[in-house]
Design a binder for this molecule. Structure first.
Ligand code: SAM
Ligand code: SF4
Length: 355
């Protein structure tokens, strides 16, 4: 049993609640029954978004009541508890995290949690131009920006909003400020954005960004996922490799990584392929999730969630909340069933879960 080495200060309802988990022998790690230990937490800070990407949302979404969304103090407390259980990496996501006001403040408070070594952000880039420096000043260095097309028309089709310029401004500002790495996430869809792939790769190579292609997963709110729209990453890798020769190990995925990385032979950076559908990486998955309304999820595809926010608001102790997290992880399924007849789509789509 690993003993926690974390002591943190959590703020609840404005009260400062010092809790030293360091000496607590009960703080066993977040282990499941398949020999995996969760050390990587993705926290959704909102389910709201200013885009409506076809592969994620539907045009008219029912968002969670604001009062049911975690406050920054609640997020810091729950992250602090998870860190006491061995989590050392946190990625903020959503919905669109930047629609949350003063997000750099949250990042700063997360960096203050002893034992949390890595905080990163996934955003669609809208509004980033005016905040990039603030994020950098509080210590953020790693940022992923989603971008599926460099064409205004295509971008508007895929996101149902005409805001490409703002995304490009955000990317450029992040680069000027010094973020490293800056990864661009794209989810190509057959018949929509498959023709954008080479342009995106070239754009990323020329600007020092790292391009990553994510396979379309059946987590969209519009229920459009299917073989007609799905593009396997092997196909993309072959096409890209013909235009820009690649090198790398075929089994070169780093332990716990989602992406398989390849390097451009001419030395102009690298590229990643996240093949959750065709090459699942469940066997060494170390991820858990916290939704914006405080539900703990042991998997992106989980059908069950554990409510942490209600007990927290009713005065639960850190030990009790830690126990709820541990129980949830213990029940983590061995793998997702996307490729089987038995796949059941979670009730909530990607933006509600936190991608
Ligand atoms: N709004 C932010 C953004 O778009 O980067 C953060 C949240 S978004 C849900 C996180 C990531 O999930 C994005 O890179 C997006 O492309 C990806 N995503 C959304 N729906 C997806 C799906 N059905 N399959 C695969 N990736 C998806
Ligand atoms: Fe919004 Fe991100 Fe989902 Fe697109 S992928 S609709 S930007 S949450």
């Amino acid at each position: 049993m690993t003993k926690s080495t974390v002591c943190y200060n959590s703020l609840v309802n404005g009260r400062s609640n010092f809790f030293d988990l360091q000496d607590n022998q009960d703080m066993a790690p977040l282990a499941d029954r398949h020999n995996r230990i969760a050390t990587n937490l993705r926290v959704s800070v909102t389910d709201v978004c200013n885009l409506r990407c076809l592969y994620c949302m539907t045009e008219k979404m029912d968002f969670v009541e604001r009062s049911e969304i975690m406050t920054f103090d609640e997020i810091v407390r729950l992250v602090g508890i998870s860190v006491s259980l061995g989590v050392n990496k946190v990625r903020l996501t959503g919905g669109e995290p930047l629609v949350r006001k003063n997000l750099p403040e949250l990042v700063e408070n997360l960096f203050a949690i002893r034992g949390l070594t890595d905080v990163s952000l996934t955003t669609n880039g809208i509004g980033l131009a005016s905040q990039a420096q603030k994020f950098y000043d509080v210590g953020l260095r790693r940022i992923n920006i989603s971008l599926d097309s460099l064409s205004e028309v295509k971008f508007a089709q895929i996101t149902r909003r005409n805001l490409l310029g703002q995304v490009l401004d955000g990317l450029e500002e992040a680069r000027q400020v010094g973020f490293d790495p800056i990864k661009i996430n794209a989810v190509p869809m057959r018949g929509f954005t498959e023709d954008e792939v080479l342009d995106l790769v070239e754009f990323a190579r020329n600007n020092g960004y790292e391009m990553r292609f994510i396979e379309f997963m059946p987590l969209d709110a519009d229920n459009i996922w299917g073989q007609e729209m799905f593009i396997p990453n092997t196909e993309l890798k072959d096409r890209i490799g013909q235009a820009f020769p690649l090198q790398g190990e075929e089994d070169g995925r780093r332990l716990h990584a989602t992406a398989k990385d390849y390097w451009f032979r001419d030395g102009k950076g690298k590229i990643g392929f996240i093949s959750s559908v065709t090459e699942p990486f469940c066997h060494d998955c170390n991820r858990v999730r916290l939704t914006a309304d405080g539900k703990f999820r042991n998997c992106l595809f989980a059908l069950e969630e554990t409510d942490l926010l209600t007990p927290l608001r009713h005065g639960a102790t850190d030990l009790h909340l830690a126990d709820l997290m541990r129980q949830s992880v213990a029940d983590k399924a061995e793998g997702h069933l996307i490729n089987s007849q038995n796949y059941i789509k979670p009730k909530r789509n990607m933006s509600m879960i936190g991608g």
